[in-house]
Design a protein around this ligand. Structure first.
Ligand SMILES: [Cu+2]
Length: 321
């Protein structure tokens, strides 16, 4: 029992370590491809801190059926459900950033939108299992496996794919192929849902996870078609990653060469050469403003890089963020 407590005291925050950087990357990409400032920057940052803090006091939600005191179980339930609040703030602000934006459906943007929508599904199923009475029924079923994969594959992995497409030109000075990127996105998105959404249905009817012997499979023989469907979707999902691997390695050598800022982004790394040399910058950059000043009325372009001096006659506005 002590081992379980220690494991989850470490492992629940560890799951958040995997998604919090993804949330930051998605925030950058969504602002860039909606050509709008991030909606509610400060609530976004406080929400990330809130999730990181709450992540340390919810580990018991993995152990509701371990025989813990119901008062303690209730405490973990309430703490876990509170994570829905900063998570909802973040989703709301991403949607607020998209609202009325001049959206560009590039490959990184498609992956970012997938992150947001998959994170909503994974977040909502998380509220189900946070509730002790519901969790007693779905504990150790495929419903849990579905939730976990929606957050960490539909969420984190999709954000990381988007980030690789987004920062690839900065890393290598060349673009990845966009049509191949979109093909990779759509196949991954379809097959991830085929694989992991089916798990909700299996879990809701009680199909257990971690099966070491064939008897549960015989008990749940009528669910075999769904298991077979999931397996084929999983195989197709993994196979689709060959497109990504080919695109990645071929683009390193044969991708079209680009300059410093192919996406028209604002943040400072795009002022450095692609790829950045020793010391990153080949000049001393001066920062005039925050990184999300898209659609500023001060300039003609819809982006306004941090190191671009203000138009003559205007005093430099101190960066707020
Ligand atoms: Cu947890």
């Amino acid at each position: 029992m002590l081992w379980q407590h220690l494991f989850w005291f470490y492992s629940h925050p560890a799951v958040y370590i995997m998604i919090l950087p993804a949330m930051g990357m998605v925030s950058d990409m969504v602002a860039c491809f909606a050509r709008k400032p991030i909606f509610g920057y400060k609530p976004m940052v406080y929400s990330i801190s809130g999730i990181a803090g709450l992540g340390f006091i919810v580990w018991g939600h993995h152990m509701f059926v371990s025989g813990m005191n119901p008062v303690l179980g209730m405490t973990f339930m309430v703490a876990t459900m509170m994570i829905a609040l900063p998570s909802a703030v973040k989703v709301f602000n991403w949607l607020g950033t998209l609202w009325g934006g001049k959206i560009r459906f590039t490959t990184p943007m498609l992956f970012s939108l997938a992150f947001i929508s998959m994170f909503i599904i994974g977040g909502l199923s998380g509220i189900f299992m946070a509730a002790t009475p519901v969790d007693i029924f779905i504990h150790d079923t495929y419903f849990i496996v579905a939730h976990f994969h929606y957050v960490l594959f539909g969420g984190t992995a999709m954000a990381v794919f988007g980030a690789i497409y987004f920062w690839f030109p900065k890393m290598f000075g060349r673009m990845m192929n966009e049509p191949l990127g979109k093909l990779h996105f759509f196949l991954t998105f379809i097959f991830l849902n085929g694989t992991f959404f089916t798990m909700h249905i299996l879990g809701a009817v009680g199909f257990p996870r971690r099966l070491a012997d064939p008897y549960p499979y015989m008990t749940f023989e009528h669910l075999r078609p769904m298991n077979v469907f999931m397996t084929w979707c999983a195989i197709a999902m993994v196979a689709s990653q060959a497109i990504f691997a080919a695109n990645f390695f071929l683009s390193i050598f044969f991708g079209p060469k680009v300059g410093r800022n192919p996406w028209g982004a604002n943040s400072l790394e795009w002022a450095a050469p692609s790829p950045p040399g020793h010391g990153n910058f080949d000049f001393q950059p001066v920062v005039y403003r925050g990184p999300y000043e898209y659609g500023s009325p001060e300039v003609e372009t819809d982006y306004y890089p941090q190191n671009q001096p203000p138009p003559p006659g205007r005093a430099a506005v101190k960066a707020e963020h």
